[in-house]
Write a protein that binds this ligand. Structure first.
Ligand SMILES: Cc1cc2nc3c(=O)[nH]c(=O)nc-3n(C[C@H](O)[C@H](O)[C@H](O)COP(=O)(O)O)c2cc1C
Length: 369
Protein backbone atom coordinates (compact mmCIF):
# COMPACT_ATOMS: atom_id res chain seq x y z
CA UNK A 1 0.00 0.00 0.00
CA UNK A 2 1.24 3.52 -0.85
CA UNK A 3 2.64 5.52 2.10
CA UNK A 4 0.07 7.74 3.76
CA UNK A 5 1.22 11.34 3.93
CA UNK A 6 -1.88 13.38 4.86
CA UNK A 7 -3.18 13.11 8.42
CA UNK A 8 -6.73 11.78 8.53
CA UNK A 9 -9.24 14.38 9.76
CA UNK A 10 -10.81 14.00 13.20
CA UNK A 11 -14.11 12.16 13.23
CA UNK A 12 -17.17 12.88 15.36
CA UNK A 13 -19.17 9.92 16.68
CA UNK A 14 -20.96 9.41 20.00
CA UNK A 15 -17.87 7.60 21.27
CA UNK A 16 -15.34 10.27 20.23
CA UNK A 17 -17.61 12.88 21.85
CA UNK A 18 -18.08 10.81 25.03
CA UNK A 19 -14.40 9.98 25.48
CA UNK A 20 -12.92 13.13 23.93
CA UNK A 21 -10.71 11.37 21.40
CA UNK A 22 -9.94 12.17 17.75
CA UNK A 23 -10.62 8.81 16.09
CA UNK A 24 -13.19 6.07 16.87
CA UNK A 25 -10.56 3.41 17.55
CA UNK A 26 -9.86 1.71 20.89
CA UNK A 27 -7.15 -0.55 22.21
CA UNK A 28 -8.96 -3.03 24.52
CA UNK A 29 -7.37 -4.25 27.75
CA UNK A 30 -5.23 -7.29 26.93
CA UNK A 31 -3.24 -8.93 29.71
CA UNK A 32 0.55 -8.45 29.32
CA UNK A 33 -0.03 -6.46 26.12
CA UNK A 34 -2.06 -3.33 26.85
CA UNK A 35 0.86 -1.87 28.80
CA UNK A 36 1.45 1.82 29.61
CA UNK A 37 3.62 2.21 26.48
CA UNK A 38 1.03 0.72 24.12
CA UNK A 39 -1.87 2.50 25.84
CA UNK A 40 -0.12 5.87 25.56
CA UNK A 41 0.84 5.17 21.93
CA UNK A 42 -2.80 4.52 20.98
CA UNK A 43 -4.09 7.55 22.88
CA UNK A 44 -1.36 9.75 21.38
CA UNK A 45 -2.29 8.45 17.91
CA UNK A 46 -5.85 9.75 18.40
CA UNK A 47 -7.57 6.60 19.70
CA UNK A 48 -8.17 5.45 23.26
CA UNK A 49 -5.85 3.00 24.98
CA UNK A 50 -7.18 0.82 27.80
CA UNK A 51 -4.71 -0.53 30.32
CA UNK A 52 -4.98 -4.25 31.17
CA UNK A 53 -4.94 -4.62 34.94
CA UNK A 54 -5.58 -8.38 35.17
CA UNK A 55 -1.96 -9.29 35.96
CA UNK A 56 -1.31 -6.15 38.08
CA UNK A 57 -1.43 -5.58 41.84
CA UNK A 58 -3.02 -2.35 43.10
CA UNK A 59 0.42 -0.72 43.48
CA UNK A 60 1.41 -1.75 39.97
CA UNK A 61 -1.87 -0.39 38.61
CA UNK A 62 -1.23 2.99 40.30
CA UNK A 63 2.30 3.08 38.88
CA UNK A 64 1.05 2.12 35.41
CA UNK A 65 -1.60 4.85 35.45
CA UNK A 66 1.01 7.44 36.42
CA UNK A 67 3.36 6.17 33.71
CA UNK A 68 0.60 6.55 31.13
CA UNK A 69 0.00 10.12 32.34
CA UNK A 70 3.70 10.87 31.96
CA UNK A 71 3.51 9.75 28.31
CA UNK A 72 0.22 11.27 27.20
CA UNK A 73 -2.28 13.96 28.09
CA UNK A 74 -4.94 12.27 25.95
CA UNK A 75 -7.90 10.23 27.27
CA UNK A 76 -7.25 6.63 28.30
CA UNK A 77 -8.90 3.92 30.37
CA UNK A 78 -8.30 0.90 32.54
CA UNK A 79 -9.90 -2.53 32.14
CA UNK A 80 -11.18 -4.60 35.06
CA UNK A 81 -12.50 -8.16 34.84
CA UNK A 82 -14.65 -8.00 37.98
CA UNK A 83 -14.75 -11.75 38.48
CA UNK A 84 -11.01 -11.91 39.07
CA UNK A 85 -9.31 -11.60 42.46
CA UNK A 86 -7.68 -8.18 42.84
CA UNK A 87 -9.91 -6.44 40.26
CA UNK A 88 -11.86 -4.40 42.82
CA UNK A 89 -8.64 -3.11 44.38
CA UNK A 90 -7.48 -2.08 40.90
CA UNK A 91 -10.76 -0.25 40.29
CA UNK A 92 -10.34 1.56 43.64
CA UNK A 93 -6.95 2.77 42.43
CA UNK A 94 -8.42 3.91 39.10
CA UNK A 95 -11.13 5.86 40.94
CA UNK A 96 -8.60 7.47 43.30
CA UNK A 97 -6.51 8.44 40.26
CA UNK A 98 -9.64 9.67 38.44
CA UNK A 99 -8.96 7.62 35.31
CA UNK A 100 -11.23 9.00 32.55
CA UNK A 101 -12.64 5.64 31.35
CA UNK A 102 -13.23 2.47 33.36
CA UNK A 103 -13.94 -0.60 31.23
CA UNK A 104 -15.62 -3.34 33.26
CA UNK A 105 -16.54 -6.90 32.35
CA UNK A 106 -17.86 -10.12 33.93
CA UNK A 107 -19.58 -8.56 36.92
CA UNK A 108 -21.98 -5.91 38.22
CA UNK A 109 -20.60 -2.40 38.33
CA UNK A 110 -23.23 -0.22 40.07
CA UNK A 111 -20.88 0.93 42.84
CA UNK A 112 -18.18 1.65 40.29
CA UNK A 113 -20.46 3.68 38.01
CA UNK A 114 -21.66 5.90 40.87
CA UNK A 115 -18.15 6.75 41.97
CA UNK A 116 -16.68 7.15 38.48
CA UNK A 117 -19.53 9.51 37.54
CA UNK A 118 -18.73 11.67 40.58
CA UNK A 119 -15.55 12.89 38.85
CA UNK A 120 -17.21 12.82 35.39
CA UNK A 121 -15.43 9.63 34.36
CA UNK A 122 -17.16 7.20 31.97
CA UNK A 123 -18.06 3.53 32.26
CA UNK A 124 -17.59 1.29 29.25
CA UNK A 125 -19.12 -2.16 29.91
CA UNK A 126 -18.03 -5.14 27.83
CA UNK A 127 -20.87 -7.55 26.95
CA UNK A 128 -21.56 -10.35 24.51
CA UNK A 129 -25.37 -10.40 24.33
CA UNK A 130 -28.58 -8.38 24.89
CA UNK A 131 -29.22 -9.74 28.38
CA UNK A 132 -25.86 -8.57 29.66
CA UNK A 133 -26.24 -5.29 27.73
CA UNK A 134 -29.46 -4.56 29.62
CA UNK A 135 -27.86 -5.38 32.95
CA UNK A 136 -24.85 -3.13 32.17
CA UNK A 137 -27.14 -0.24 31.20
CA UNK A 138 -29.14 -0.74 34.41
CA UNK A 139 -25.85 -0.61 36.35
CA UNK A 140 -24.98 2.81 34.91
CA UNK A 141 -22.81 2.04 31.87
CA UNK A 142 -22.30 5.07 29.60
CA UNK A 143 -21.34 2.93 26.62
CA UNK A 144 -21.15 -0.73 25.64
CA UNK A 145 -18.31 -2.68 24.13
CA UNK A 146 -19.78 -5.62 22.18
CA UNK A 147 -17.47 -8.56 21.75
CA UNK A 148 -18.42 -10.78 18.82
CA UNK A 149 -17.60 -14.42 18.18
CA UNK A 150 -14.62 -13.54 15.96
CA UNK A 151 -12.74 -11.96 18.85
CA UNK A 152 -9.57 -13.12 20.53
CA UNK A 153 -10.13 -14.46 24.04
CA UNK A 154 -13.70 -14.29 25.39
CA UNK A 155 -16.02 -13.35 22.54
CA UNK A 156 -19.58 -14.66 22.80
CA UNK A 157 -21.34 -17.02 20.45
CA UNK A 158 -22.94 -14.30 18.29
CA UNK A 159 -20.88 -12.84 15.44
CA UNK A 160 -20.16 -9.11 15.22
CA UNK A 161 -22.25 -8.89 12.04
CA UNK A 162 -25.42 -9.63 14.03
CA UNK A 163 -24.46 -8.58 17.56
CA UNK A 164 -23.77 -4.94 16.70
CA UNK A 165 -26.96 -4.08 14.76
CA UNK A 166 -29.07 -6.12 17.16
CA UNK A 167 -27.88 -4.22 20.25
CA UNK A 168 -27.81 -0.89 18.36
CA UNK A 169 -31.48 -1.38 17.47
CA UNK A 170 -32.45 -2.41 20.98
CA UNK A 171 -30.60 0.43 22.71
CA UNK A 172 -30.55 3.33 20.23
CA UNK A 173 -29.41 5.86 22.85
CA UNK A 174 -26.34 3.96 24.01
CA UNK A 175 -22.98 4.54 22.27
CA UNK A 176 -21.40 1.33 21.04
CA UNK A 177 -17.84 0.11 20.56
CA UNK A 178 -17.80 -2.94 18.29
CA UNK A 179 -15.08 -5.51 19.00
CA UNK A 180 -14.20 -8.84 17.46
CA UNK A 181 -12.86 -9.17 13.93
CA UNK A 182 -11.86 -5.53 13.35
CA UNK A 183 -8.36 -5.01 12.01
CA UNK A 184 -8.61 -2.50 9.16
CA UNK A 185 -10.55 0.46 7.82
CA UNK A 186 -13.06 -1.64 5.93
CA UNK A 187 -13.99 -3.13 9.29
CA UNK A 188 -14.30 0.31 10.87
CA UNK A 189 -16.56 1.53 8.04
CA UNK A 190 -18.64 -1.65 8.33
CA UNK A 191 -18.98 -1.26 12.11
CA UNK A 192 -20.25 2.29 11.67
CA UNK A 193 -22.70 1.05 9.04
CA UNK A 194 -23.92 -1.60 11.49
CA UNK A 195 -24.73 1.01 14.12
CA UNK A 196 -21.50 1.18 16.15
CA UNK A 197 -19.73 4.42 17.08
CA UNK A 198 -16.19 3.00 17.23
CA UNK A 199 -14.22 -0.23 17.02
CA UNK A 200 -11.82 -1.88 19.44
CA UNK A 201 -8.97 -3.80 17.81
CA UNK A 202 -7.22 -6.34 20.03
CA UNK A 203 -5.37 -8.75 17.77
CA UNK A 204 -4.41 -5.93 15.39
CA UNK A 205 -2.86 -3.66 18.05
CA UNK A 206 -1.10 -6.68 19.57
CA UNK A 207 0.86 -6.90 16.31
CA UNK A 208 2.39 -3.43 16.33
CA UNK A 209 5.92 -2.28 17.08
CA UNK A 210 4.99 -0.77 20.47
CA UNK A 211 3.16 -3.91 21.61
CA UNK A 212 5.07 -5.94 24.22
CA UNK A 213 3.84 -9.22 22.70
CA UNK A 214 6.81 -11.58 22.12
CA UNK A 215 8.39 -10.94 18.70
CA UNK A 216 8.08 -14.65 17.76
CA UNK A 217 4.29 -14.47 18.19
CA UNK A 218 4.09 -11.22 16.22
CA UNK A 219 5.93 -12.91 13.35
CA UNK A 220 3.74 -16.03 13.43
CA UNK A 221 0.49 -14.02 13.41
CA UNK A 222 1.61 -11.53 10.75
CA UNK A 223 2.94 -14.27 8.46
CA UNK A 224 0.69 -14.22 5.36
CA UNK A 225 0.39 -18.03 5.68
CA UNK A 226 -1.61 -17.58 8.93
CA UNK A 227 -5.25 -17.39 7.93
CA UNK A 228 -8.58 -16.53 9.53
CA UNK A 229 -9.14 -20.27 10.07
CA UNK A 230 -6.09 -20.81 12.26
CA UNK A 231 -7.82 -20.29 15.59
CA UNK A 232 -9.67 -22.56 18.01
CA UNK A 233 -12.76 -21.58 20.04
CA UNK A 234 -13.91 -23.60 23.01
CA UNK A 235 -14.58 -23.79 26.73
CA UNK A 236 -11.92 -26.23 27.80
CA UNK A 237 -8.98 -23.85 27.81
CA UNK A 238 -9.95 -21.57 30.70
CA UNK A 239 -13.56 -22.43 31.53
CA UNK A 240 -15.22 -19.62 29.53
CA UNK A 241 -15.52 -19.99 25.74
CA UNK A 242 -12.32 -18.47 24.37
CA UNK A 243 -10.54 -18.10 21.03
CA UNK A 244 -6.83 -18.90 20.77
CA UNK A 245 -4.22 -19.44 18.07
CA UNK A 246 -4.33 -22.99 16.72
CA UNK A 247 -1.19 -24.92 17.66
CA UNK A 248 -0.52 -28.37 19.10
CA UNK A 249 -0.70 -27.28 22.74
CA UNK A 250 -4.00 -25.40 22.29
CA UNK A 251 -5.47 -28.34 20.37
CA UNK A 252 -4.47 -30.68 23.23
CA UNK A 253 -5.87 -28.42 25.97
CA UNK A 254 -9.10 -27.71 24.09
CA UNK A 255 -9.90 -31.43 23.68
CA UNK A 256 -11.07 -32.19 27.23
CA UNK A 257 -11.74 -30.13 30.34
CA UNK A 258 -8.83 -30.32 32.78
CA UNK A 259 -9.44 -32.54 35.82
CA UNK A 260 -10.25 -30.86 39.13
CA UNK A 261 -6.96 -31.54 40.95
CA UNK A 262 -4.99 -30.32 37.92
CA UNK A 263 -7.04 -27.08 37.74
CA UNK A 264 -6.66 -26.38 41.45
CA UNK A 265 -2.94 -27.12 41.42
CA UNK A 266 -2.25 -24.99 38.33
CA UNK A 267 -4.44 -22.19 39.70
CA UNK A 268 -2.45 -22.06 42.92
CA UNK A 269 0.81 -22.03 40.96
CA UNK A 270 -0.52 -19.17 38.81
CA UNK A 271 -1.75 -17.26 41.87
CA UNK A 272 1.74 -17.48 43.36
CA UNK A 273 3.31 -16.37 40.08
CA UNK A 274 0.94 -13.40 39.85
CA UNK A 275 1.57 -12.58 43.52
CA UNK A 276 -2.10 -13.04 44.48
CA UNK A 277 -2.02 -14.03 48.19
CA UNK A 278 -3.34 -17.55 48.72
CA UNK A 279 -5.63 -16.33 51.54
CA UNK A 280 -7.65 -14.63 48.77
CA UNK A 281 -7.93 -17.80 46.70
CA UNK A 282 -8.29 -20.72 49.10
CA UNK A 283 -11.39 -19.61 51.10
CA UNK A 284 -13.23 -19.02 47.83
CA UNK A 285 -12.23 -22.45 46.56
CA UNK A 286 -13.92 -23.89 49.63
CA UNK A 287 -17.05 -21.71 49.86
CA UNK A 288 -18.02 -20.30 46.45
CA UNK A 289 -17.18 -23.35 44.46
CA UNK A 290 -18.75 -22.55 41.06
CA UNK A 291 -17.34 -19.06 40.85
CA UNK A 292 -13.98 -20.15 42.13
CA UNK A 293 -13.85 -23.06 39.69
CA UNK A 294 -14.04 -20.57 36.84
CA UNK A 295 -11.43 -18.39 38.49
CA UNK A 296 -9.26 -21.43 39.11
CA UNK A 297 -9.48 -22.39 35.44
CA UNK A 298 -8.59 -18.80 34.47
CA UNK A 299 -5.62 -19.00 36.79
CA UNK A 300 -4.62 -22.38 35.44
CA UNK A 301 -4.62 -20.97 31.90
CA UNK A 302 -2.34 -18.13 32.95
CA UNK A 303 0.85 -20.15 32.74
CA UNK A 304 0.15 -21.30 29.17
CA UNK A 305 -0.78 -17.76 28.10
CA UNK A 306 2.35 -16.24 29.61
CA UNK A 307 4.53 -18.84 27.91
CA UNK A 308 3.29 -17.68 24.49
CA UNK A 309 2.60 -13.98 25.05
CA UNK A 310 5.54 -13.11 27.27
CA UNK A 311 8.14 -15.77 26.40
CA UNK A 312 7.19 -16.34 22.74
CA UNK A 313 7.08 -20.11 23.31
CA UNK A 314 4.88 -21.30 20.43
CA UNK A 315 5.40 -24.98 21.23
CA UNK A 316 4.25 -25.07 24.88
CA UNK A 317 2.25 -21.86 25.12
CA UNK A 318 -1.25 -20.75 24.14
CA UNK A 319 -1.86 -17.40 22.49
CA UNK A 320 -5.16 -15.51 22.55
CA UNK A 321 -5.79 -14.36 18.99
CA UNK A 322 -8.87 -13.54 16.92
CA UNK A 323 -10.01 -14.57 13.45
CA UNK A 324 -8.78 -11.16 12.32
CA UNK A 325 -5.28 -12.63 12.28
CA UNK A 326 -6.16 -13.51 8.69
CA UNK A 327 -6.16 -9.74 8.00
CA UNK A 328 -2.82 -9.01 9.67
CA UNK A 329 0.28 -9.12 7.47
CA UNK A 330 2.68 -6.58 8.93
CA UNK A 331 4.01 -5.04 12.14
CA UNK A 332 3.45 -1.27 11.80
CA UNK A 333 3.83 1.43 14.43
CA UNK A 334 0.61 2.37 16.22
CA UNK A 335 0.58 5.78 14.52
CA UNK A 336 0.98 4.22 11.04
CA UNK A 337 -1.76 1.72 11.80
CA UNK A 338 -4.28 4.26 13.08
CA UNK A 339 -3.71 6.54 10.09
CA UNK A 340 -4.00 3.62 7.68
CA UNK A 341 -7.25 2.42 9.28
CA UNK A 342 -8.75 5.92 9.09
CA UNK A 343 -7.77 6.36 5.42
CA UNK A 344 -9.05 2.90 4.51
CA UNK A 345 -12.32 3.63 6.29
CA UNK A 346 -12.75 6.85 4.29
CA UNK A 347 -11.98 4.97 1.04
CA UNK A 348 -14.40 2.18 1.94
CA UNK A 349 -17.12 4.71 2.74
CA UNK A 350 -16.60 6.53 -0.59
CA UNK A 351 -16.73 3.20 -2.41
CA UNK A 352 -20.03 2.33 -0.72
CA UNK A 353 -21.51 5.75 -1.41
CA UNK A 354 -20.45 5.53 -5.06
CA UNK A 355 -21.98 2.06 -5.34
CA UNK A 356 -25.33 3.16 -3.98
CA UNK A 357 -25.34 6.41 -5.95
CA UNK A 358 -24.78 4.36 -9.10
CA UNK A 359 -27.71 2.18 -8.10
CA UNK A 360 -29.84 5.32 -8.20
CA UNK A 361 -29.18 5.79 -11.91
CA UNK A 362 -27.37 3.51 -14.29
CA UNK A 363 -24.84 1.28 -12.47
CA UNK A 364 -21.27 1.53 -13.84
CA UNK A 365 -21.25 -2.22 -14.37
CA UNK A 366 -24.38 -1.94 -16.56
CA UNK A 367 -23.20 1.05 -18.56
CA UNK A 368 -19.99 -0.79 -19.36
CA UNK A 369 -21.94 -3.70 -20.84
C1 LIG B 1 -3.28 -11.37 23.12
C2 LIG B 1 -4.61 -10.98 23.65
C3 LIG B 1 -4.84 -10.94 25.03
C4 LIG B 1 -6.08 -10.59 25.52
N1 LIG B 1 -6.27 -10.52 26.87
C5 LIG B 1 -7.47 -10.12 27.34
C6 LIG B 1 -7.67 -9.94 28.74
O1 LIG B 1 -6.75 -10.13 29.53
N2 LIG B 1 -8.89 -9.55 29.18
C7 LIG B 1 -9.92 -9.31 28.32
O2 LIG B 1 -11.02 -8.95 28.75
N3 LIG B 1 -9.76 -9.47 26.98
C8 LIG B 1 -8.56 -9.85 26.48
N4 LIG B 1 -8.38 -9.97 25.14
C9 LIG B 1 -9.54 -9.71 24.23
C10 LIG B 1 -9.62 -8.25 23.81
O3 LIG B 1 -9.91 -7.46 24.94
C11 LIG B 1 -10.71 -8.02 22.74
O4 LIG B 1 -11.97 -8.38 23.25
C12 LIG B 1 -10.47 -8.79 21.46
O5 LIG B 1 -9.10 -8.78 21.14
C13 LIG B 1 -11.26 -8.18 20.32
O6 LIG B 1 -11.21 -8.98 19.20
P1 LIG B 1 -10.07 -8.89 18.06
O7 LIG B 1 -8.88 -9.59 18.59
O8 LIG B 1 -10.68 -9.55 16.90
O9 LIG B 1 -9.78 -7.44 17.81
C14 LIG B 1 -7.14 -10.30 24.62
C15 LIG B 1 -6.89 -10.32 23.25
C16 LIG B 1 -5.65 -10.63 22.76
C17 LIG B 1 -5.39 -10.63 21.26
Amino acid sequence: MAAITATAPAVRTRITSLFGCKYPILLPGMSWISSPTLVAAVSNAGGVGILATGPLTADETRKAIRTIRSKTDQPFGIGATLLMPGSKENVEVAIAEQVPIVNISLGKGNWIADRVHEYNGKILATVTNSKHAQSAIDSGADALMLTGHEAAAHGGDVTSLVLTPSIARRYPDVPIVAAGGYADGRGLAAAIALGADAVAMGSRFAITRESPLAQQMKEIVSNPNSTESDTLYGKNFDGIPARVLKNEEATRLMKNPASLPVVVYRALVAARKMRIPLYKVIPGLLTQWEKMYIIAQFGAATESLMKATVDGNYKDGVQFIGQSQGLIEDIPTVHELVQRVMHEAMDATSRCSATFLEADGLPASHSAM
